[in-house]
Ligand binder design. Structure first.
Ligand code: FES
Ligand SMILES: [Fe+2]
Length: 363
């Protein structure tokens, strides 16, 4: 009997991970023309609070204005172009002032002071350049495209899908920033398969069986799915036990799973029965990515004396570091002249869908 050979999907050619020209095209397509997650609103709880983000090579100021609106501005003075704010985060005292000649901008970006300019100078013509900013469940998204579609159009059904976690009510407990020496897409690929879990993450595999995964049909906005806990385990933490109470809105079934979603282009949402973990990716070079990981809990639980959030932080920090070291080795191997695209297994279907999204072919 002749068995017909099944066509095999393969990984992308090396240039997608090593060529600076491909990298700058991706920054334009995915990081300048899509909605990109830059953080959470509770990072800047009061008027004047701000943080800087570098997105697609641009330094951006994300600030809460006097009317409680989250706004984003290019960090570029309208006088002679100087980067206005060099400090990564902090609080503006009611206005944003350039350190060169002292031009002053309101928290809403209006130019309110321009020393030495002539009398007929029209300040209204020189506000800070603003970037579209929208918020979903306290996740802040920005879009640098001249004309962007609404954030909701990019998020598809996610707002309804994750409403039970009430993400808007969660508060950050811990943040770690990682400098990963790998292309951003390798980090997305690694997040979306657990075939590596028994080899690389024995502690994770002891809590959640890598074969228990159940993936959603991939679409243009995200890829992801759920994994179940092994018997006796309740959440992802050092001892597998809850860090606090279950999140209040979850169904019985949702309490037995972790939901892992990569929301294009740069947000990973890992929804646990008792907390939310987020990763946001900021590509810095074709072979370097900054990853900011945060753990968010119900504030009522954090204030309890028996709260055990550190168990979740340690568990995932160790897992993250295992992941970063393996993607760095992937980057190193793909950079070799010996690398040729390799075959995907059927279980790596989310990875194939992501590659198709990168190539611009329908999933
Ligand atoms: S460049 Fe900013 S005030 Fe002159
Ligand atoms: Fe992993």
């Amino acid at each position: 009997m002749i068995v017909e050979k099944e066509p095999v999907a393969k990984t992308l050619p090396a240039r997608y991970y090593t060529d600076p020209v491909v990298f700058s095209e991706e920054l334009k397509r995915f990081y300048s023309e899509m909605w990109v997650c830059v953080g959470r609103t509770n990072h800047i709880p009061a008027a004047g609070d701000y943080f800087l983000r570098e997105v697609a090579g641009e330094s951006l100021i994300v600030v809460r204005d006097a009317r409680d609106t989250i706004r984003t501005f290019f960090n570029v003075c309208r006088h002679r172009g100087t980067r206005i704010c060099p400090v990564p985060e902090g609080k503006f005292a009611g206005h944003i002032q350039c350190g060169y000649h002292g031009w002053k901008y309101g928290l809403d970006g209006r130019l309110i002071g321009a020393p030495h300019m002539h009398e007929s100078f029209c300040r209204e013509e020189y506000p800070l350049h603003e970037v579209s900013t929208e918020v979903w469940d306290e996740h802040i998204f920005i879009n640098m495209a001249q004309q962007s579609k609404p954030l909701l159009a990019q998020l598809a059904d996610l707002p309804q899908k994750f409403s039970h976690w009430r993400m808007g009510e969660l508060t950050p407990y811990h943040r770690i920033s990682y400098d990963v020496k790998a292309n951003w897409k390798l980090i997305v690929l690694n997040y979306n398969e657990c075939l590596h879990c028994p080899v690389l993450h024995p502690a994770l595999n002891a809590i959640s069986d890598y074969r228990s995964g159940n993936n959603d049909q991939p679409n243009d906005s995200y890829i992801g799915g759920s994994m179940e806990f092994r018997s006796g385990a309740e959440t992802m933490s050092m001892d597998g036990k809850l860090c606090g109470a279950y999140l209040p809105g979850l169904t019985g079934e949702e309490r037995t799973m972790v939901y892992y979603y990569a929301i294009y282009p740069n947000l990973f949402l890992s929804l646990h029965p008792d907390y939310m973990m987020t990763h946001i990716l900021f590509p810095r070079a074709v072979d370097r990515t900054e990853v900011i990981c945060e753990w968010h809990f119900d504030p009522a639980e954090i204030s309890k004396p028996d709260f055990k959030g550190d168990g979740a932080v340690r568990f995932w920090d160790e897992t993250n570091r295992q992941d970063w070291s393996i993607v760095e080795l992937s980057q190193a191997g793909i950079g070799s002249r010996a690398y040729t695209p390799g075959p995907y297994s059927r279980s790596e279907n989310l990875l194939q869908a992501f590659d198709k999204m990168i190539l611009g072919t329908p999933c």
